[in-house]
Design a binder for this molecule. Structure first.
Ligand SMILES: [Fe+2]
Length: 231
């Protein structure tokens, strides 16, 4: 039997490869039972950027309402669009939405302890929330803070916390004290009344949260975040 020509060899190889992949595809994509769906469970939170309102409830969360916004940029100062920004925090009584928290039953059920948004083309993000309360004791004191996690392909995931300027307990918080003075400045935010906020920010907040009027006493703070690219 004569040797197959190079073009025939290629054709044979291609047909073998096709046969193999077709077999795999057959087992992977053939008739299968659909995965059963299950309820999201009582602890599954809304995951939008308005933490002051839970979709299944009628009233807004208690506490001092605030907006927190900012930009996500790379180390060159370039905005990072489509970055996923997650935040989580306590309610106005210092209680997390965490099944292991013994105070869970006292949590403000109208407060959505988690929030999520995706940065726009200009790299900005916006949340509406409340000021969290301190928790802990003399041994482990936590000053009011908001947890952040930011993710975007091509960058190292960033996990950090926002602190409130002028908070007396900042000086007693072990995690805050661990930061250098310069680093503290990068994550400490001075919340100001909405009237003192830049008009362009007011306009963006009004659109984002469909505000017909500003919630009473609401303040605004800005936390800009910088992500390190994966080299
Ligand atoms: Fe915390």
């Amino acid at each position: 039997m004569s040797k197959p020509s190079p073009s025939r060899r290629q054709a044979l190889r291609a047909s073998l490869l096709l046969g193999t992949s077709a077999g795999l595809a057959g087992s992977a994509l053939g008739k299968s039972e659909p995965t059963p769906s299950q309820t999201e469970g009582p602890f599954y939170p809304d995951l939008d950027n308005d933490l002051t309102f839970v979709s299944s409830r009628k009233e807004r969360a208690k506490g001092n309402h605030l907006y927190v916004h900012g930009s996500v940029r790379d180390t060159e100062g370039k905005p990072i669009p489509n970055a996923l920004v997650d935040i989580w925090q306590t309610d106005h009584k210092g209680i997390y939405d965490h099944a292991g928290d013994p105070k869970q039953k006292d949590k403000d059920k109208n407060f959505q302890c988690y929030g999520r948004c995706v940065t726009g083309e200009d790299g900005t993000y916006h949340f509406k929330s409340i000021k969290p309360r301190h928790y802990g004791d003399e041994k482990f004191q936590r000053t009011p803070h908001i947890h952040y996690k930011v993710a975007r392909r091509g960058y190292h995931e960033l996990t950090t916390q926002l602190y409130f300027a002028g908070e007396k307990l900042n000086a007693k918080d072990g995690l805050y004290k661990k930061l250098s003075t310069d680093d503290q400045k990068l994550v400490t935010v001075d919340f100001q009344p909405i009237a003192l906020t830049d008009k362009s920010v007011q306009s963006k907040l009004k659109d984002t949260f469909s505000e017909s009027e500003w919630p009473e006493g609401i303040t605004v703070g800005q936390l800009d975040l910088v992500m390190k690219p994966v080299s």
